[in-house]
Design a protein around this ligand. Structure first.
Ligand SMILES: *Cc1c(COP(=O)(O)O)cnc(C)c1O
Length: 458
């Protein structure tokens, strides 16, 4: 290599260093802001706009599949990951980057930890990317994972079928996730991680994140939490001790319903007895730069922009929709045709105290508890009655969707949880007379009138 090229490489490395420092300064500035300010701006400021984006006030959608470089030295330094660059949209993209930085600030809000986020093409791909790196097993040892059985149907299938049946990983289900002894008894020296959902979809079970984090760390294991149903507006698991957080961005984070996406957020220096230093130091960045590059679950920049746009008003939407849901839960609870109601905000629920301790509307002046906008209920008239009620709604949409500004209802046993079979549903506590309801941003009186109308057919 000639000396001219060497000094030019150094020049690009130095520029890379300066760019990284500038991003870190912006993150630092934004960390001191309130949640709504973070949600509105992320790291996209006047400097980003003027220096890189022709002054555009809104983050631009970078639809180009790839990036042009100044010369071969620039290309070489960038592709060695020695300067921030995006190269090719499967690896990174500027619009996607603005979304990732905003989510990292939201998930890290109120915490001392540094947090990074990576986004992927769906919530399921985020769960795969967050868990698969811990399951590397070249020596073909008998490895296991310890998982709350009260989880999303897709997660159940990924763990049970793809990991368990196809790869021979021992999936140890915890049937009552509030039972700490049950978790403890399933952990051994071949366990790779603990995994739980808070609150769970669709059974609305809760977990004690601080207690399970302590338990996981005692065994030098990472604790992974899917907090999709809560969103960072109500719950930030990293602040409570968890290592890694999953969001299906397809749900409440993008409540307009214009995109499918998922996020993995991780604190820096996660606890794990397994994996090399790079994996542990900055897990979210590690999975983006290495395994995700090779698996390829990249997010479309247009979807990234749709989600970014929705997230700006997250706290207010979650506040209104949670209040509506609490009202609907109280209505259902006193209705003669209803057998039981599951909602973390109901005092009779076994997990009520645990939910109350963890779920709060961020930056609420009165430190208000809010419990999200998902509930489920069973009807006294069984599976057939549940179908009659669902079919009787005239405004509430029927579908597997949730997290919307529009109310949507569903029967999990015949839809989202159909494929896990009767045994799997029993494990997850999903009877066939259960209706899942996600209350939207309508006037709650109109939602209740529609519920009333459906329930008269029960
Ligand atoms: C929907 C959902 C997922 C999967 O997300 P997709 O974006 O649909 O792939 C994971 N976890 C929970 C709790 C969900 O509700």
């Amino acid at each position: 290599m000639d000396t001219k090229s060497e000094s030019s490489l150094k020049k690009y490395e130095m520029r890379g260093q300066q760019m990284l420092e500038a991003i870190e300064r912006t993150r630092e500035t934004m960390r001191s802001k309130k949640f709504d300010t973070i949600a509105v701006h992320g790291i996209y400021n006047a400097e980003q706009a003027l220096l890189h984006n022709q002054g555009s006030i809104i983050e631009p959608a970078y639809l180009s599949a790839a990036q042009h470089y100044e010369n071969s030295d620039h290309l070489e330094v960038a592709l060695a990951y020695k300067m921030p660059s995006w190269a090719y949209s499967r690896i990174a993209n500027p619009t996607v980057h603005y979304l990732e930085e905003t989510i990292a600030l939201m998930e890290g809000y109120g915490s001392e930890e540094k947090v990074s986020s990576s986004v992927f093409a769906s919530g399921m791909s985020a769960i795969f990317m967050a868990t698969n790196p811990f399951l590397t097993n070249p020596e073909r040892k008998a490895i296991n994972i310890v998982v709350s059985a009260r989880c999303y149907g897709g997660t159940f299938m990924l763990f049970n079928e793809r990991y368990g049946r196809e790869r021979g990983i021992d999936v140890r289900w915890v049937s009552d996730p509030l039972d700490l002894d049950a978790w403890t008894s399933l952990i051994d020296e071949n366990t790779r991680f603990l995994y739980g959902e808070m609150p769970s979809n669709p059974s609305l079970d809760v977990i004690d994140i601080p207690a399970l984090s302590v338990l996981a760390h005692h065994h030098e294991l990472p604790f992974i939490v899917d907090a999709t149903i809560a969103t960072p507006a109500l719950l930030r698991p990293i602040e409570l001790g968890a290592d890694i957080v999953i969001q299906s961005l397809s749900k409440t984070m993008a409540s307009s319903g214009f995109a499918i996406a998922g996020a993995v957020s991780a604190k820096h220096h996660i606890t794990s007895r397994f994996g090399d230093d790079a994996l542990k130091e900055n897990f979210a960045q590690y999975i983006k730069l290495l395994p995700a590059r090779d698996h390829g679950p990249s997010l479309s920049p247009l979807s990234a922009l749709m989600i970014l746009n929705d997230m700006r008003t997250l706290r207010h939407k979650v506040d209104v929709m949670s209040a509506n849901t609490a009202t609907a839960a109280a209505f259902l609870q006193q209705h003669d045709a209803v057998e039981s109601v599951h909602y973390p905000g109901l005092e009779q629920q076994p997990g009520y105290a645990t939910a109350k301790a963890q779920m709060r509307l961020v930056d609420s002046p009165t430190d208000e508890n809010r419990y999200g906008h998902l509930l489920s209920f069973t009807v006294k008239s069984g599976a057939v009655g549940a179908r009659r009620v669902l079919d009787g709604f005239s405004m509430i949409w029927r579908g597997t969707d949730l997290g919307r500004v529009k109310s949507v209802a569903n029967i999990p046993s015949i839809s989202t949880h159909q494929q896990q079979g009767e045994q799997g549903r029993e494990l997850a506590c999903l009877p066939d007379n259960l209706i899942r309801l996600c209350v939207g941003h309508e006037d709650v009186d109109d939602v209740i009138a529609d519920l009333e109308q459906g329930l008269t057919l029960a």
